[in-house]
Design a protein around this ligand. Sequence first.
Ligand SMILES: [Zn+2]
Length: 101
Amino acid sequence: MNEKTSYLLSETQLVRLRCKHKDCGATLEIPLEKLNDAKYRMCRACERKFQVTDGPMEEVNFMQNFHGALIGLKKASANLEIELVGPMKKDTRLRLFAAME
Ligand SMILES: [Zn+2]
C-alpha cells in the first residue's frame, strides 16, 4: 500500500530530461555517460535553455556537476549503493485518496 518507486544508481543507464517550457513538454532520454554533453543545456525539441548554468560566464554547469557526481558515485557502487526514492506510484496514490473520501 505504501509502495514507492525506487531506483538504484548502480543500475541506472538512462536519465530522462523533461522540458517544462510552455507548450513543449518533450522528454529526452540521455545515456548517463553523455549527460555532460553541452547540447543538453537546452531542450533538443524546443531549443530553449534549461538554465542549468550559473555565473557571469556560465562557468558553473550544474548538469555537468550532476553527471560527475552520478558517474563518480556509480563507480563507488562496490562499497556504496545509492537508491533514489520517488513518490508512490500514481495509481496507488489515487486509490489511497479515493479510500479517504
Ligand atoms: Zn522543450
